[in-house]
Design a protein around this ligand. Structure first.
Ligand code: DC
Length: 218
């Protein structure tokens, strides 16, 4: 039987940094589900499909073949055979992804892939609906959160470090809007599973959060 850890929470709470570290410590596979939704968002952006155009999204999402592989322990996402890892972290893709991930066809397709990955391997999987929908029987569920100001500042620093021009107030506004949409959508909204442990990372370092979760694993 595989051991599965589910980490859910809003954008910028530190899910991917923490999940990656835990995967390394435990020799588990890290599955970044947001990257899969982002690859799908990139596909719609490239094809000029609007997030509100449900009919075209339904028709077109089957044309986007999303697969993943691992290189040096890092997840690589492929969109129709193209490695898109370097293209999916912009604010434009973030906003499109949040908007198109409300679509049931998009979710159905990616959830199936995610369930398959966790079935035979020990994984740390992060996202929005992992504990509630993708892995309802996960061995450990974490709901990782932090205040929106803290999360916006982290995102700002991440984007600035990459040389991307950005505005802190705009990032916080976008984050609040994405949270609202992720939490209020009809299918698989972001919420804490009843059996998930709540961890607020606002005043904690990455090391402290990782330590806390590793303790819970034991
Ligand atoms: O974790 P992230 O910021 O890379 O996710 C990008 C978007 O993808 C997020 O706004 C909501 C969506 N998403 C989702 O709906 N379900 C998931 N399991 C993961 C991400």
């Amino acid at each position: 039987m595989s051991y599965n850890i589910a980490i859910d929470g809003p954008a910028g709470a530190g899910k991917s940094t923490v999940a990656r570290r835990i995967a390394k410590e435990k020799h588990f596979i890290y599955v970044d589900t947001g990257a899969m939704y982002r690859a799908m968002g990139l596909y719609f952006l490239r094809n000029g499909i609007r997030a509100e155009d449900t009919q075209r999204i339904n028709e077109q999402c089957k044309e986007a073949d999303i697969t993943i592989s691992y290189a040096d322990g890092e997840q690589v996402v492929f969109l129709n055979g193209e490695n898109v890892n370097g293209l999916i972290r912009t604010e434009e893709v973030s906003n499109m992804t949040s908007a198109c991930s409300v679509n049931p066809k998009v979710r159905e397709k990616l959830v199936e892939l995610q369930k398959r990955l966790a079935k035979d391997a020990d994984v740390v999987m992060d996202g929005r609906d992992i504990g509630t929908c993708v892995l309802p029987d996960a061995d450990l569920k974490i709901y990782l959160t932090a205040g929106s100001g803290v999360r916006a500042k982290r995102r700002y620093e991440e984007l600035s470090a990459k040389g991307e021009e950005c505005d802190l107030a705009q990032i916080e506004k976008d984050i609040i809007e994405r949270d609202k949409r992720d939490m209020e959508r009809e299918i698989s909204p972001l919420r804490r599973a009843e059996d998930a442990v709540l961890v607020d990372s606002s005043g904690l370092s990455v090391d402290e959060v990782v330590e806390k979760i590793l303790l819970l694993c034991r």
